[in-house]
Design a protein around this ligand. Structure first.
Ligand code: FE2
Length: 263
């Protein structure tokens, strides 16, 4: 049986559950998405959050997310996005995230045939992200120590340009370093990201690069400027086997009636 990962990304919730983000009730949608996750069969072996847990970066908001995701806490893996505070994220999930204060938040776990790594692209105070030589060195070291023949990376900022002028401008600095590694390292097969709030597929070296819809607000993929669209929130399922992987997006509407944005 496959090792199942669910990727949640870009939750953007607030301490006050009624607060809207550009008219979108992000808490309301997150609860719907989590209900979808609860009904998923088989259940995931790992739940990965690729950043932007909160929009307000407050301790109470991180605690509320922890409470909501309690059923999967024993298999939860996280990296920060630009809308995250490493210190507060670390405090709320102290039993899942090691290290101290503002140190990078990353993870590594194994699935049959696969090494799964979380890469921290957060720059405090910046919307854009960064990958640097130290991060590349960390990935390389993990790969060298791993017996697995395939590797999946999880990170907030996509390591590719998506032909969206405004999103690419707030993309990943240093992506050429990762491009070089992905070209030289055929074991990196899969890279799953958030940040762009829509579904896409592209390539970097030997790896397929996927972006995943937000659990709340959706961005238009082809706009030159910020544009929010009424797409259905959801998450990505990734089923890993020793022979490869399959992946799909599940959205709220596939299990229930379409949910309108509450006014
Ligand atoms: Fe986001």
């Amino acid at each position: 049986m496959a090792f199942r990962i669910v990727q949640l990304t870009d939750l953007h919730v607030f301490r006050d559950r009624q607060t809207l983000l550009k008219g979108v009730a992000t808490w309301h949608f997150l609860e719907q998405v989590v209900e979808l996750l609860r009904r998923l069969d088989p259940q995931p072996d790992a739940v990965v959050i690729t950043g932007d847990h909160t929009h307000d970066e407050l301790p109470e908001t991180y605690q509320a997310i922890r409470k909501l995701l309690h059923p999967w806490l024993d298999r939860l893996w996280q990296v920060p996005g630009n809308h995250d505070d490493r210190t507060e994220l670390r405090k709320a999930f102290h039993d899942r995230i090691n290290g101290t204060a503002d140190a990078p938040i990353r993870f590594g776990f194994s699935a049959p045939g696969w090494l799964c790594l979380g890469v921290d692209t957060h720059i405090p105070g910046s919307v854009a992200g960064q990958i640097d030589a130290e991060q590349i060195e960390w990935i390389s070291t993990q790969l060298q120590a791993s017996p697995h023949v395939r590797c999946a990376l999880f990170m907030h900022h996509p390591p590719v340009l998506l032909n969206s002028i405004w999103m690419d401008a707030i993309g990943l600095r240093g992506r050429e370093l990762l491009a070089e590694l992905c070209g030289a390292e055929p074991r990196i097969r899969l890279i799953c990201c958030g940040h762009v709030h829509h579904e896409s597929r592209s390539r970097q070296g030997h790896a397929a690069v996927y972006t995943t819809p937000s659990t709340g607000i959706q961005f238009a993929p082809d706009s030159d400027q910020p544009k929010f669209v009424p797409g259905q929130p959801g998450f990505r399922i990734i089923d890993l086997t020793p022979a490869g992987y399959s992946t799909e997006i599940l959205r709220i509407s596939e299990f229930s009636e379409p949910v309108n944005v509450p006014s």
